[in-house]
Design a protein around this ligand. Structure first.
Ligand code: ADP
Ligand code: ZN
Length: 204
């Protein structure tokens, strides 16, 4: 059955690193460009892993993008004829990104964002829970666990060859940080409080 849909909504692509979030965002953007939609792709400047003015996936698909430092900059690029705004690595922007996505969707734009749902500790990533609950559509992807080869939902952070500690700061000056995909059971976070306690479990 075909149900007519009014223009303007938010779709979120989420999951751990290597899940294919960027690949999926690029796939959607390319299809919309074939459909002659006016698409603008943004990414936070912090993510300069591969290229300055491109969004690039781990398997090397790519599309042009605009680097921004703050979410508010998005509004300076959106024009009357913009149909679609896409944002990669949205979790690295400031929280105003949430209000901007809502505003754009309310004004008839299709908003496609991709971002991590959890940080390296396995906990919800900053404002992502808000964005996930406000979205019309959520695609939660998994990677493959490098330890046991089942679907991976977590990002394992390794610092100087060892699993990162729960209390390690996000940026460790001089340390060699690497990341891999792991499942719930293989994910290691030394020093993490018992999950039951952390989530407010009651022992009585
Ligand atoms: P994300 O944006 O979620 O980090 P990308 O779209 O950049 O993911 O990259 C996805 C690609 O990463 C996959 O298509 C695959 O080629 C590659 N890859 C590398 N390691 C893994 C892994 N452990 N599980 C799944 N895919 C992986
Ligand atoms: Zn595993």
């Amino acid at each position: 059955m075909y149900l007519k849909q009014r223009e303007g909504w938010i779709e979120v692509i989420t999951g751990p690193m290597y899940a294919g979030k960027t690949e999926e965002l690029i796939r959607r953007v390319k299809r919309l460009e074939y459909a002659e939609q006016n698409v603008i792709v943004f990414k936070p400047t912090i993510d300069d892993r591969y290229a300055a003015d491109e969004v690039v996936s781990h398997n090397n698909t790519r599309t042009r993008s605009i680097n921004i430092m703050k979410a508010a900059e998005i509004m300076t690029y959106v024009e009357k004829d913009t149909d679609v705004v896409a944002i990669d690595e949205v979790q690295f922007l400031d929280e105003e990104a949430v209000a901007i996505c809502e505003y754009l969707a309310d004004h008839g734009l299709r908003v496609i964002v991709s971002g991590l749902d959890r940080d390296f500790r396995g906990e919800p990533f900053s404002f992502m829970p808000r964005l996930l609950s406000l979205a019309e559509e959520v695609t939660k992807l998994s990677a493959i666990c490098v330890c046991c080869h089942t679907p991976a939902t977590r990002t394992q952070r390794i610092v100087n060859g060892k699993p990162a500690n729960y209390s390690d700061p996000i940026i460790l000056v001089g340390a060699k940080d690497t990341y891999e995909a792991r499942c719930r059971h293989c994910h290691e976070v030394p020093g993490r409080p018992a999950v039951y306690d952390a989530l407010g479990g009651n022992h009585d």
